[in-house]
Ligand binder design. Structure first.
Ligand code: NAD
Ligand code: MG
Length: 303
């Protein structure tokens, strides 16, 4: 990402239909998790389009899957709002993570990079320990890492994929959050990334969609547990967002050119269009928002 983009930032008054073009991505495929730097067209993670307004000054955040897509856009926005940010990612995503760390540093905040596989329970605990020690504490946890592999129905779903998708999307969220509890004080915020798939499951994504329903349920239950302690838990449910998740086996390749065109706005969302929802839920201004899900899906009917 090297050129200045139009529009200038997220606060400019624009028609949301045209804030970004309705893209028709060419058919493409990478081995998952893929590299954001290699997808066409390049997604907008907010380097030139997210302006901070001082809403998270001095906070310390951990964003899993913060190397690319929605996690990267969230990490960039948090930094622009004044937070120091630790990001986790898979070792193969080092170059994407370096790019996000550069943007965080150039925003004047501290970037902490913690590679590892969240399927490994030991890494889930180590990640939190390393983030807390590098940041000097933790105020915001975003469970955002996710695995999505499309298959032609249940009969075609291999058992190792089934187990890994639940481990990466659900078990890691339990483990990372449990490890973080000891460090989170009143005023802290936990935000989980769910999906429209929790409500409108695609037959090609039965395992993934089920994990997203579980994330919703966990978010609401944990919100009840932690609210009396002053720790808020909420979720963000993205619709079709143009990220490397999609062309790294997340969608049937032939479906990519039409990706996101079935929304009210008629286009896929860009990762940075999710960032304000995470900033809102992380910031104390959302003090009475507990156990909620913010839908950011371009206008698809959602509960
Ligand atoms: P992305 O590929 O950019 O981000 C997903 C990240 O998850 C990867 O960068 C990777 O670092 C991390 N990850 C996956 N498996 C991991 C593992 N085993 N260990 C450690 N990290 C691992 O794609 P994205 O679209 O930005 O996805 C972010 C979140 O948004 C995911 O939870 C995804 O399910 C959710 N989501 C995305 C969309 C969409 O249309 N893109 C829609 C709804 C929900
Ligand atoms: Mg990535």
């Amino acid at each position: 990402m090297s050129e200045r983009r139009d529009p200038p930032d997220q606060l400019a008054m624009v028609d949301p239909v045209h804030r970004y073009p309705s893209i028709t991505p060419p058919e493409q495929n990478q081995d998952e998790p893929g590299l954001e730097s290699e997808i066409v067209p390049e997604p907008d993670i907010g380097e030139f389009t997210y302006r901070g307004t001082g809403r998270l000054i001095g906070r310390r955040a951990l964003v899993t899957g913060g190397d690319s897509g929605i996690g990267a856009a969230t990490a960039v926005a948090f930094a622009r709002e004044g937070a120091d940010v630790a990001i986790s990612y898979l070792p193969s995503e080092e170059s994407d993570a370096q790019n996000v760390a550069r943007i965080i540093s150039e925003s004047g905040r501290r970037a902490v990079m913690i590679p590892g596989d969240l399927v490994d329970p030991a890494f889930c605990a180590q990640l939190v320990e390393d983030a807390v020690s590098a940041l000097g504490g933790l105020d915001i946890l975003v469970n955002n890492a996710g695995k999505q592999i499309a298959r032609d129905g249940l009969a075609e779903l291999p058992d190792d994929q089934l187990v890994e998708t639940f481990a990466a999307n659900v078990l890691a969220m339990f483990r990372v959050t449990r490890a973080a509890l000891a460090s989170l004080e009143a005023g802290s915020s936990i935000i989980n990334t769910t999906s429209i798939q929790a409500y409108q499951p695609s037959p090609t994504l039965l395992d993934y969609a089920s994990t997203k329903a579980a994330i919703n349920n966990f978010s609401k239950g944990l919100a009840e547990e932690l609210a009396p302690k002053g720790i808020r838990v909420n979720a963000v449910a993205p619709g079709p967002i143009w990220t490397v998740l999609q062309p790294s086996d997340g969608q049937p390749t032939q479906d990519l050119p039409e990706f996101g065109k079935d929304t009210g706005l008629g286009r896929a969302g860009q990762p940075t269009e999710l960032a304000p929802a995470y900033v809102f839920l992380a910031s104390p201004e959302s003090s009475y928002v507990v156990g909620a899900t913010i839908h950011v899906n371009g206008g698809k009917p959602s509960p």
